[in-house]
Design a protein around this ligand. Structure first.
Ligand code: SF4
Ligand code: SF4
Length: 176
């Protein structure tokens, strides 16, 4: 067994400045004053921007609001396979499937209902990763405000791709 000895170190009584924490407070106030004056006189290296008049350019892999992509004929690429709903850790996707009457393959499905609760969504992108058809991707649309909870539950009409894909504000897509 090892012998452990305890040594008491006498550092003397703390000074008045140490007891009142004056020096760190003065240093902190000096930093605040320096930043205040720098920002007030408009230095160029200020990190803040005048949002919403000025907006940042976000990454092309930003995980924003979802887009349900479409085929050339305007119909959804989604085949209602439930992979995205299964992968979603927030349990915020709700799909109801129906048989696709226009399908060339027997029993091919399409979504009758496809809803995402954007207030529950954590924008992780797992649904996009799980999709075998690239039928769901993410946009860079991140400005979302709702007055009521039911406004946050968006369906096919709100999620469906509105423009040619190259004109959409595309965000995260796993293969790009
Ligand atoms: S981004 Fe994540 S949390 Fe949101 S719907 Fe997709 S899997 Fe669910
Ligand atoms: S979006 Fe993709 S993963 Fe989700 S149900 Fe449709 S095809 Fe399946």
């Amino acid at each position: 067994m090892r012998n452990v000895s305890i040594v008491n170190v006498d550092r003397g009584a703390p000074s008045l400045a140490q007891r009142t924490y004056l020096i760190p407070i003065i240093k902190g106030l000096a930093v605040t004053l320096r930043h205040f004056l720098r920002n007030l006189f408009g230095q160029r290296d200020v990190a803040t921007i005048q949002y919403p008049e000025v907006k940042r350019e976000y990454s092309e892999r930003l995980r924003g609001r979802h887009i349900l992509t479409t085929k050339d004929d305007g119909s959804l690429r989604c085949v209602a396979c439930y992979m995205c709903e299964t992968a979603c850790p927030a349990d915020c996707i709700h799909i109801e499937a129906e048989e696709d009457p226009d399908a060339t393959v027997e029993w091919e499905k399409r979504p009758l209902v496809y809803e995402i609760d954007l207030l529950r969504c954590v924008f992780c992108g797992y649904c996009v990763d799980a999709c075998p058809k690239e039928a769901i991707i993410m946009s860079r649309q991140h400005e979302m405000a709702f007055d009521a909870r039911d406004q946050a539950i968006v369906g096919i009409e709100q999620l469906k791709q509105k423009k040619p894909i190259e004109e959409e504000d595309i965000g995260y897509r796993p293969y790009f």
